[in-house]
Design a protein around this ligand. Structure first.
Ligand code: ATP
Ligand code: MN
Length: 477
C-alpha cells in the first residue's frame, strides 16, 4: 500500500480506513505506542502495536531513530493527546537504528550539540519546524515577485569582477597550489588559470541584475553568495542566500516602498501557512526567554513580533536624523557605546542600530541618505555632494536585514566616483556601458535570506537556520 503523509492523516475525518505510513520513530513507549514522524508535520502519528502478537526480535528493533513502514487501520484515538491513531497490523523495518549510538535522543539537546550533528538535526522538532518555515518563506519570495511581474534571473556564481564591493572574496582557481605558474616578474600567472583570469565566488549578483533590469524592467535574483570576511557573529555566514530585486524606473522611495511591501507580504503568507510550526517556535522562544535575566527578555512573543512588523509602517529616518538622535542619546552621553558618536559621517555599528530599533523607535527602521564615504561606488549621489541615495532596513534582534540604494545612472558622476575610489574602471566596462546606452534611474536592494528566516523563526544564531552552515574554520558536512 502507498504510504499517506502523516499530516494528511492527522487532518482527516475519514476514520476506519486502511492505510499505510512511513517515517522515523521518535519514541516507543510501553512496548505499545510508536510516535512516528515523516517530516510532513510537527505532530507525530501515534501508532499502536499489539505486542502480544509480535515476536520479541521485531519488537526490539523498534527504537528511536529507526525507519518503519506500517500498515493498519486509522481509528479514533482512545487517548487524549490526538484525534486519530493507527492500529498497526503489519510492521516493516526499513532501516534499523542503534539506540545506544543514535545521537538524537528523546530529550532536550543544546543547539550547539546539534550543530555538530547537522546531518541528523532535522529529525528534531525544532529544526524540522525551522526548515519547513524556511521552505515556505522561499516559496513566498518567489510568489511575491512573480505576482508583481518580476522576472527571476540567475546571475553567475563565479564572477570575473572583483568590484562588487561587498566584502572579501573566495578565489576560484584550478591552479596547482603547490606549484603555481608564475610570470617573468614572479607574480602568479592567472592567464594559465581555468578562465584565463582571476575569478572569485560572487558576493552579490547586483551588477549583473542591473544589466537585466535595464531590459526586462523588474527582475530579482535568489541565490547563494559568498563572503570570506572573518566575522564570527550570530548574523554572518560565509555562504548565504540573498534575494536581490533590481528595478528600472524606480527611485529610492519606490525602492523603500517595495522592500517594505515585500517583507510584510512574505511574513503574512508564512503566518497563514506555517501556523503550527510558528506556534511551536513561539513557545520554544518563550521558554528560552524565561531562563534569561529580566532585562534580556524579549518584550514580545515571536508571533506577536511578526504581526507587529506586518501591521506597523517601518519608520523612515535619514542618516543625519539618526546621527542626531544617537549623538544626543543617553548611552552616548554616558559613554556606554563602545564606538562613541562624535562626528557626522561615521559608519553605524550594530550597537547604534540596535539602540535606534530596539530602544528609540521600537519598530523596524529604514535609514536612508548615508554619507557617500561609507557606501559603495554605485550609489546615486545626492545634490548635497555628501550623501548618497542608500537605504538600510534594520530589524529588532537582527540588525541590518536589507541593504539597497538608487543606483548612479549618470555616466560622468559614476566615472568620477570610480576614479576617486581607485576602482579598476576597465573591469567595469560593461557596467559603464549600461550608462552609455539608454540609462535610466533604477534601484534595488539585497535581503539576506537567513536573516529573514532568523527573524521569522526566532532562532538566535544564523547557523541554526541553514541546513549546513559555512563559517570561519567550519565547513563540516
Ligand atoms: P553587515 O553590515 O550586516 O555585515 P553588509 O552591509 O555587509 O551587512 P550588504 O552587502 O548590504 O551587507 O548585503 C545585503 C544583505 O545581505 C544584508 O543586509 C544582510 O541581510 C545580508 N548579509 C550580508 N552579509 C551577510 C553574511 N555574512 N551572512 C548572512 N547574511 C548577510
Ligand atoms: Mn549593507
Amino acid at each position: 500500500m502507498r504510504a499517506a503523509k502523516i499530516k494528511t492523516l492527522l487532518e482527516t475525518s475519514e476514520v476506519n480506513q486502511n492505510c499505510a505510513v512511513h517515517g522515523w520513530v521518535k519514541t516507543f513507549r510501553a512496548n505499545r505506542f510508536i510516535a512516528l514522524n515523516d517530516g510532513s508535520s510537527l505532530k507525530n502519528l501515534q501508532c499502536v502495536v499489539d505486542f502480544e502478537k509480535l515476536d520479541d526480535v521485531l519488537l526490539k528493533r523498534i527504537t528511536t531513530g529507526a525507519a518503519l513502514h506500517l500498515e493498519g487501520v486509522l481509528v479514533e484515538s482512545q487517548g487524549g493527546g490526538q484525534k486519530v491513531e493507527l492500529q498497526v497490523e503489519t510492521i516493516h523495518i526499513l532501516g534499523d537504528s542503534d539506540p545506544d549510538k543514535y545521537p538524537i535522543q528523546p530529550k532536550k539537546h543544546s543547539l550547539e550539540f546539534l550543530r555538530e550533528k547537522a546531518h541528523l538535526r532535522v529529525r528534531t522538532t525544532t529544526f524540522a519546524a525551522v526548515m519547513r518555515v524556511r521552505s515556505a518563506l522561499s516559496f513566498a519570495v518567489h510568489r511575491f515577485f512573480q505576482q508583481q511581474g518580476f522576472y527571476y534571473v540567475n546571475t553567475p556564481i563565479i564572477t570575473g569582477s572583483d568590484a562588487e564591493g561587498a566584502g572579501e572574496m573566495f578565489r576560484v582557481s584550478t591552479l596547482d597550489l603547490n606549484n603555481p605558474p608564475r610570470t617573468k616578474e614572479g607574480a602568479l600567472d592567472f592567464k594559465k588559470d581555468f578562465f584565463g583570469k582571476e575569478t572569485n565566488l560572487t558576493v552579490s549578483g547586483q551588477l549583473e541584475a542591473e544589466s537585466y533590469a535595464l531590459g526586462l524592467g523588474e527582475v530579482y535574483t535568489f541565490g547563494p553568495t559568498f563572503r570570506a570576511e572573518n566575522s564570527n557573529t550570530t548574523r554572518h555566514l560565509a555562504e548565504f542566500w540573498m534575494i536581490e530585486p533590481e528595478m528600472a524606473f524606480y527611485d529610492l522611495n519606490d525602492n523603500m516602498d517595495l522592500a517594505e511591501k515585500f517583507i510584510t507580504s512574505v511574513l503574512k503568507e508564512v503566518l497563514e501557512n506555517c501556523k503550527e510550526d510558528l506556534e511551536f517556535l513561539d513557545e520554544r522562544l518563550a521558554k528560552e526567554d524565561q531562563s534569561k535575566p529580566q532585562a534580556e527578555r524579549s518584550p514580545m512573543g515571536l508571533i506577536e513580533k511578526i504581526k507587529f512588523v506586518i501591521e506597523n509602517d517601518f519608520k523612515r529616518v535619514s542618516y543625519t536624523e539618526a546621527y542626531e538622535i544617537l549623538r544626543n542619546s543617553k548611552p552616548n552621553k554616558k559613554k556606554k557605546f563602545q564606538f562613541p558618536i562624535h562626528e557626522w559621517g561615521v559608519d553605524l555599528q550594530s550597537e547604534h542600530e540596535r539602540f535606534l530599533v530596539e530602544k528609540h523607535f521600537n519598530c523596524p527602521v529604514i535609514l536612508f541618505d548615508y554619507p557617500a564615504d561609507i557606501k559603495a561606488f554605485y550609489m546615486r549621489r545626492n545634490g548635497d555632494e555628501k550623501t548618497v541615495r542608500a537605504m538600510d532596513i534594520l530589524f529588532p534582534g537582527i540588525g541590518e536585514i536589507v541593504g539597497g540604494s538608487q543606483r548612479e545612472e549618470r555616466l560622468d558622476v559614476l566615472e568620477k566616483r570610480i576614479q576617486e575610489m581607485d576602482i579598476d574602471a576597465e573591469e567595469l566596462w560593461w557596467y559603464l556601458d549600461l550608462r552609455r546606452f539608454g540609462s535610466v534611474p533604477h534601484s534595488g536592494f539585497g535581503l539576506g535570506f537567513e536573516r529573514l528566516v532568523q527573524f521569522t523563526t526566532g532562532m538566535n544564531n544564523i547557523r541554526d537556520v541553514i541546513p549546513f552552515p559555512r563559517t570561519p574554520q567550519n565547513a563540516a558536512f
